[in-house]
Design a protein around this ligand. Structure first.
Ligand SMILES: [Zn+2]
Length: 89
């Protein structure tokens, strides 16, 4: 996966966003919220340590969608997690 494409996926949960959460340059966060894991881009996903802590906590709580009305079924968590940009795994 090239960098331009991977920039559209949430660093926490791998959900594909309509806009690149950190901009296509990876340095301009939108400060939007991921409808899946609920992270605020540019805040709790600002570094690897924060990303891992947020993800662990989200998974521990059952990987609940923050905005369940945006969930498109069938949904496969394991498949989605594969989309996490490799530098944030
Ligand atoms: Zn997410």
């Amino acid at each position: 996966m090239d960098n331009k494409l991977s920039s559209y996926f949430c660093r926490i949960c791998g959900h594909k966003q309509s806009e690149a959460p950190w901009g296509t340059d990876g340095r301009t966060p939108t400060f939007d919220y991921c409808p899946c894991c609920g992270v605020e881009f540019g805040y709790q996903d600002c570094n690897l340590k924060a990303v891992r802590a947020f993800r662990e906590n989200w998974l521990k709580k059952g990987a609940v969608w923050s905005e369940p009305e945006k969930l498109i079924k069938p949904w496969n968590l394991a498949e989605q997690l594969k989309n996490i940009p490799y530098e944030f795994k």
